[in-house]
Structure formats: C-alpha cells, structure tokens
Design a protein around this ligand. Structure first.
Ligand code: DC
Length: 222
C-alpha cells in the first residue's frame, strides 16, 4: 500500500495528538507532533533567560535539532539530544508558545524540518498549518475539532493526570485565548484547508475517530 502524508490540523485540545498517536501505532506510520516542536523552541528560549526578541528566537530555532522517539505509548521529544517530553506541557510554556510560534523565522525553521521529516510519506503530522502550508499536497487532510467545553475538559484531565495543579475555568480561558491568537496571527493562521475533511470529535471515542481516519487512509492508499 502507498505510504501517505496525512495532515491533521485543528484547534488546541481537539485531541489531535491522541488521535495521531493512535493512528500511527495502528498502521505503523511515523507521528510528528508539530506543536511539540514549537513548544521545544519555547522551552529552549526560556532556558536562555533572554528577553523576547524575534531575531534571537529565530536564530535559536534555526540551530535546534528536534527529534521524536515513540516508546511505550509515549512520543518522547528531544531537543538537541536532551529529553524534554515532560517539560513542554507546563502552563508557562503553553502561554508563551503562541506568540513565539507567530515569529515568521521560527515558522520557517520548523516547517523546513517538518517537510524533511515527512517527505518520504508513511507519516501523520498534527498541527495548525499542515494541510495549508507544510504539506499543501498531502494526500489526506483532516481538520479535527470539538466544542470548547469538551476541549477544556480533556486538557484539564490531561494536566491533572500529569500532576499539574490547575482549575478548569483557567484551562478553558487559556484554550479560548489560544484559539483566538492561533487563528488571527498574520503568518499561517489556523484555518481549515479547502480540501480537508471536517471531523468533530465531540462525544466520540478515540477509537471511533482513529478508525474513521484509518479507513480514509486505506481508501486513499489503494
Ligand atoms: O498543539 P499544541 O497545543 O501543542 O501547540 C502549541 C502551539 O504551537 C499552539 O498554540 C500553536 C502552535 N502551533 C503552530 O503554530 N503550528 C503548528 N503546526 C503547531 C502548533
């Protein structure tokens, strides 16, 4: 069967990473979590203690090597060889990642890495601009969404499970703010590609959504 490039875009908390991971495991595709890449740059930037300057962050992002290693059901993230999987989901990073991912030079650096990682196919990438910018010719594009309430609930539970102490209404406000910022920025705003399939995951299980996508992949790969 043909190895496709699958673009999975959508707003924060729609379940993209859970779904992408499930799909990748079931059909043996590579999974590229592009949000984790912007988070990795944010983490690295925070480590430097430097002021928020576009040029500085742009240069930092161009020098970074980001890698993924799926193991034991977890997509481990490495920045320049250092494992940062658990460090990139904190509220501090979540807050800073939106303005940082709006820097054109950072986006160019990440998009270049993403294209290189996905060029051979057999890959599912999740993000905001995969179907519109990174792989506009992806064989399958899915735009995954869910209600703000459901997305906030999911993120909240995810954070509690990781031992991060937060309140549901704070998570909800943060998601709504991030939706706004991500869809109103000048460069590559969050937008459904014209040829993407709109998939609303509200009230659906992980398996239901993953199986729907796998069916579409199988149809296209014939
Ligand atoms: O999916 P996530 O919450 O881990 O993404 C973190 C941030 O990175 C999100 O606020 C928007 C940004 N992002 C982006 O601009 N482009 C992508 N392809 C993926 C994420």
């Amino acid at each position: 069967m043909k190895k496709l490039v699958v673009a999975l875009d959508g707003p924060a908390g729609a379940g993209k990473s859970t779904i992408a991971k499930a799909v990748a495991e079931k059909i043996n595709y590579a999974y590229i979590d592009t949000g984790a890449m912007y988070r990795a740059v944010t983490w690295k930037f925070v480590q430097t203690g430097h002021a928020f300057e576009e040029e500085f962050i742009g240069e930092l992002s161009e020098k970074m090597v980001i890698e993924f290693q799926p193991r034991d059901g977890v997509n481990h993230v490495f920045a320049d060889g250092v494992e940062i999987t658990d460090f990139i989901r904190t509220p501090e990073i979540s807050k800073l990642v939106s303005p940082l991912s709006a820097i054109p030079r950072v986006r160019l650096a990440m998009v270049t890495q993403q294209r290189r990682m996905g060029e051979k196919g057999g890959v599912i990438l999740d993000g905001r601009d995969i179907g519109t910018v990174v792989f506009p010719k992806a064989e399958l594009k899915i735009f995954l969404t869910a209600s703000v309430d459901e997305r906030a609930q999911r993120r909240y539970k995810e954070m509690l499970a990781k031992g991060i102490d937060v309140q549901l209404d704070v998570v909800k406000t943060e998601i709504a703010q991030r939706d706004y910022q991500d869809s109103h920025r000048a460069v590559s705003p969050l937008k459904q590609a014209e040829d993407a399939i709109l998939l609303d995951s509200t009230g659906k299980s992980i398996d239901q959504v993953a199986d729907f996508i796998i069916k579409k992949i199988e149809e296209k790969a014939k």
